[in-house]
Design a protein around this ligand. Structure first.
Ligand code: ADP
Length: 351
């Protein structure tokens, strides 16, 4: 059943009238009490005129005061309510004047903060939708283009194979984008169990490096590794995302012919993973944002990715109770270091 609601204007008018009547009654009551007390004490013998004046004058005074106070509050309340309505209607640019708003200045400042934050969230969402659409459209266009091409007659077997390989690689790229978005959402909503398995971390890191070696070779980069045996207890499923993202970024953000050094060591019960490159590096400003969702320093998106890799790395490392350190110099390179608790106290090499 639909609920009948009175208009907000009528509601606040009703409230104001009640407020004025209540204040007038209270003032008159207080004055009458004073007259009564004086009469009982024998200092006054009030006639009807005194009683009438004692009731009427304070009542009128109370009503006027209440009217003024009510108008003051009502005006500011209405302004706040109208601003909320503007936000609800979708205009997030509305702000309230904090200076000179008296008792309302704190509420107005809070409102402004809320509007600012909502505007930031909307800007980030719009930026994300743009990036996401761009990143999805590029492989999709390639897939469609090559699929249409393959329908034409006259291609050699080698050409057909090449086009099919492109389609397969672009499809993998699409699947990775979707998986990253899904993984980060799961990590951030706590919908991912963090298992605790004992395994050889050095084997896992070496396996990731093996898979990435081809990308480094394509850019004529030197990928060197200094991997010590580390027996480790932690999330065997999640940690490969950390190594893949960090080493993948080092390859991506280092020009052709550059150097990437990876190391894994044990310091007490801490596993220390380091990846250092001599690539493009980052300014302090960029470095301060790299763990923000969808952040990319290059707004032209000339390299693949949608700014989800490092937020994923950060979420996983935090979930595992570790921390991540970043050092970088623009034009000279970057070093990412991950420190994870869980290294087992054994010096033995992996099986
Ligand atoms: P993506 O690589 O998809 O853009 P990431 O979250 O992995 O997103 O990285 C965020 C940003 O951090 C990158 O866009 C890049 O500007 C910067 N970045 C990450 N790793 C490096 C690196 N090794 N060298 C220089 N910049 C980097």
């Amino acid at each position: 059943m639909r609920e009948m609601r009175e208009s907000p204007q009528l509601g606040s008018l009703r409230l104001l009238v009640r407020f004025i009547i209540l204040s007038a009654l209270l003032s008159a009551g207080a004055a009458a009490l004073c007259v009564l007390t004086a009469a009982l004490a024998g200092r006054l013998s009030p006639g009807p005129a005194v009683w009438a004046a004692a009731l009427a004058v304070p009542a009128a005074f109370g009503a006027v005061t209440a009217l003024l106070a009510g108008r003051y509050f009502n005006r500011r309340f209405r302004r706040l309510r109208d601003s909320f309505q503007t936000i609800i209607d979708g205009d997030l640019s509305v702000r309230l004047p904090v200076e000179g708003s008296g008792a309302f200045s704190a509420a107005y400042a809070d409102f402004n903060r809320m509007a600012e934050e909502l505007q930031n969230v909307r800007a980030r969402r719009d930026e994300y939708v743009n990036t996401f659409t761009h990143e999805f459209k590029t492989p999709l266009t390639a897939i469609r283009g090559f699929a249409e091409l393959l329908q034409e007659p006259g291609f050699t077997e080698a050409e057909q194979k090449k086009y099919l390989q492109i389609i397969a690689s672009e499809s993998t790229q699409l699947a990775e984008l979707a998986n990253d978005a899904l993984l980060l959402t799961k990590l951030e909503t706590g919908n991912l169990p963090v298992s605790r398995t004992t395994f050889w971390l050095d084997e896992q890191v070496s396996h990731c490096l093996l898979l990435l070696e081809g990308s480094a070779r394509e850019k004529a980069q030197t990928l060197t590794a200094d991997i010590a045996p580390v027996e480790f207890t932690g999330s065997v499923e999640l940690l490969p995302h950390v190594w893949n993202n960090l080493v993948g970024n080092a390859i991506k953000y280092t020009p052709n012919g550059g150097h990437i050094r990876v190391s894994l060591q044990r310091q007490g019960d801490t596993a220390v993973f380091t990846v250092a490159d001599d690539g493009i590096g980052m300014s302090d400003e960029v470095r301060s944002h790299i763990f923000d969702r969808y952040y990319q320093a290059d707004p032209a998106h000339t390299r693949r990715g949608i700014g989800l890799g490092l937020p994923i790395v950060h979420s996983i490392v935090s979930l595992c109770g570790g921390r991540i350190q970043v050092e970088s110099t623009p034009g000279a390179g970057s070093t990412f270091r991950v420190l994870l608790p869980g290294a087992e106290p054994t010096e033995a090499a992996g099986a």
